[in-house]
Structures are given as C-alpha cells and as structure tokens.
Design a protein around this ligand. Structure first.
Ligand code: ATP
Length: 166
C-alpha cells in the first residue's frame, strides 16, 4: 500500500492538538507536496501515536511538543521532539527493548508496559526505515523516523519495462 506520509503526519498532529489541549503542539512542515511511502497507513499512524503519546506522558503540562516532516532525495524524515524529562545515556540504549521502562517505580503511575517503542521500531524497520532517538536527561528527547520514499520515476520506469515485455 502506498501512503502519503506527510498527510498522515498532518492528520495525527491535528488529532493530538484536539485531544490534548493542555500541550502546545508545533508543526514544522516545509513540504508542499505529498510524500509517498510503501507502508500501511495504519502502521505509520500507530507509530506516530506511540511517539506522541510518549512525548505527552514524559512531559509536564504545557510543554511544547514539536512534530516535523521533511524529505531529501530518498527519505522522508519525521521527528517528534519533546522538552520533557529526557533519557540518560545509560538508559537510552535500552528504550527500544521489549518491556523496558526507565524508571519502573516512577513511571508506573503513567501506565504502559514498555512495549510501545519496541513495536514502533519493528514496524518501521519492517518497511526498511529507521527509528532512532537522541535525548538529554532533564531537557527532552527527539525520536526520528526515516522511511524510504517511493520514487515516481522508478514506478514509471517499471511500467515502461512491463510495456516493453508485452
Ligand atoms: P507503552 O507500552 O504504553 O508504550 P511505555 O511508555 O513504558 O509504555 P515505551 O513506549 O516502549 O513504553 O517506552 C519505554 C520507556 O522509554 C518508557 O517507559 C520511558 O521510560 C522511556 N521513554 C519513552 N519515550 C520517552 C520520552 N519521550 N521521554 C522520556 N522517556 C521516554
């Protein structure tokens, strides 16, 4: 399935703005065009929801949460940035592990099983993309999704080839 990644970003952004009015969501979107990725729309939605839910969960009320979408020749890059509690360098290696939670006692009241990020990373890698994180304890985190863009020229090349065969 071909999905317009930018459109999914805009849709999830608008939903979070509506559902979480206590947070200041900021969209950084320099694209004026659609960005096709080969991925089920639901899967990209799911990943963005996991990342934005975490940004909300590990931030304090009223903090900004930034969502950005950009692209280069081969990849679309989506970033979710929060200015919340951040993750230490020691713990950052493990946040994508199944059932891992940084502070079990403290984060228990925030709910969750430590599964969200491992699911998100598996989904993205299943589509030949990457999900990475940078974080500074006490300052916040940035989660970056990078997904290969479906190249329009290749598609028409493929069609041209098919036609040649016929
Ligand atoms: P759930 O399974 O509901 O997603 P969870 O949030 O505990 O629960 P993950 O999404 O896998 O699970 O995250 C794993 C751990 O990484 C979290 O428990 C938290 O300690 C840390 N973490 C994730 N996102 C952030 C963030 N934006 N800021 C700070 N810590 C984070």
């Amino acid at each position: 399935e071909i999905t317009d990644a930018r459109e999914v970003v805009l849709q999830v952004f608008n939903n979070f703005k509506m559902i979480k009015p206590d947070f200041a969501f900021v969209l950084d979107d320099d694209l004026n065009e659609s960005t096709a990725v080969r991925m089920y729309r639901n899967h990209l939605e799911q990943v963005l929801i996991i990342l934005l839910d975490n940004a909300v969960k590990y931030s304090t009320k009223r903090e900004e949460i930034h969502l950005s979408v950009a692209k280069n020749a081969r990849y679309v890059d989506i970033a979710v940035q929060d200015f919340g509690e951040g993750i230490s360098q020691e713990n950052i290696k493990r946040v994508f592990n199944r059932f891992y939670r940084v502070d079990k006692a403290r984060s228990r009241d925030k709910g969750g099983n430590g599964l969200g990020l491992s699911i998100a990373q598996r989904l993205i890698e299943g589509y030949h993309g990457k999900l990475t994180v940078e974080s500074v304890l006490g300052q916040g985190s940035v989660f970056r999704i990078s997904l290969p863009i479906v190249q329009k020229s290749n598609d028409s090349d493929e069609k041209a080839k098919e036609n040649e065969v016929r």
